[in-house]
Ligand binder design. Structure first.
Ligand code: HEM
Length: 242
């Protein structure tokens, strides 16, 4: 295991296509969480990654961050500050999901989407998210956006709220959290040539570089940094200025 803690080295690894995300199983039954992971941009490489990522970018380009921000603020106010589930509900509505069980299904499936842990209830949640949408690429892209968004965005908001006080400047609180207390602290790669595992410590890398690496960098940075920041801004505005 190679441990990367310096900003320059982290950038170099993230920009080099020789370092790939650790491979995921490709033989899971259709409609399961493991099947979804095998089709997600996040765990793909090469041409498959490029094509899947482009589809996500096109879907995200159709969503206006300011509209997401305002919708997240309004829904948080409507719920008297109970903000959990708000980011994924707002994003889901913007992506055409209307199911009232959307937030609970996303919450159930999101942890295993990142970790690879397989559980029957996560598979059931994935089935609910796909219900009535078929299993073609477009549906896969929309569901993966929800599952990618869920834990990271709620983690960002939770971390920001741990420090922030009512009346604090929301943009400043968020910027501080993004740099010092990111929701995703580590990302992993496999060296395609040597098979070595690489662990990139984003918190430590952030400490010795100018731009933070909280949204990743290089070949596969987060394509939704503006959307995530907008959703978090909306929720925090509602909670901190209520
Ligand atoms: C609207 C909310 C979000 C959406 C839709 C989203 C979506 C995505 C997607 C689809 C990817 C994979 C990119 C690819 O396959 O090339 C990704 C990667 C990533 N996202 Fe996000 N994301 C969201 C929120 C966040 C937040 C709040 C953070 C952290 C503050 C974050 C940090 C990252 C990082 C670090 C990566 C790169 C992982 C790596 O290189 O290993 N994301 N995101």
């Amino acid at each position: 295991m190679v441990d990367i803690t310096r900003h320059a080295e982290a950038l170099a690894v993230l920009a080099d296509s020789r370092y790939i995300p650790p491979p995921v199983r490709q033989d899971a039954p259709e409609g399961t969480l493991a099947w979804l992971r095998a089709r997600a941009s996040r765990f793909s490489t090469g041409q498959a990654h490029a094509g899947r990522r482009r589809l996500l970018e096109d879907l995200l380009a159709a969503l206006d961050p300011d509209t997401l921000r305002d919708a997240a603020r309004d829904l948080t106010l409507e719920r008297d500050g109970r903000w959990e589930g708000v980011p994924v509900t707002v994003l889901g509505h913007a992506l055409g999901f209307r199911d009232p069980g959307l937030a609970s299904a996303a919450r159930t499936a999101a942890p295993g989407y990142l970790s690879g842990e397989e559980k029957p209830e996560a598979d059931a949640a994935v089935r609910d998210l796909f219900a009535g949408r078929g299993t073609a690429e477009d549906a896969v892209a929309r569901v993966t956006l929800l599952l990618q968004a869920h834990d990271a965005t709620e983690g960002l908001i939770r971390n920001a709220l741990r420090e922030a006080r009512p009346g604090d400047d929301v943009a400043r609180a968020l910027e501080r959290t993004l740099r010092l207390d990111p929701p995703l602290t580590v990302t992993r790669r496999l060296d395609r040539e040597t098979g070595a595992e690489v662990r990139i410590d984003l918190v430590r890398a952030n400490r010795d570089g100018e731009p933070h690496l909280t949204f990743g960098a290089g070949v596969r940075p987060c394509p939704a940094d503006r959307h995530a920041t907008a959703l978090a801004t909306g929720v925090l505005t509602a909670v901190l200025t209520r």
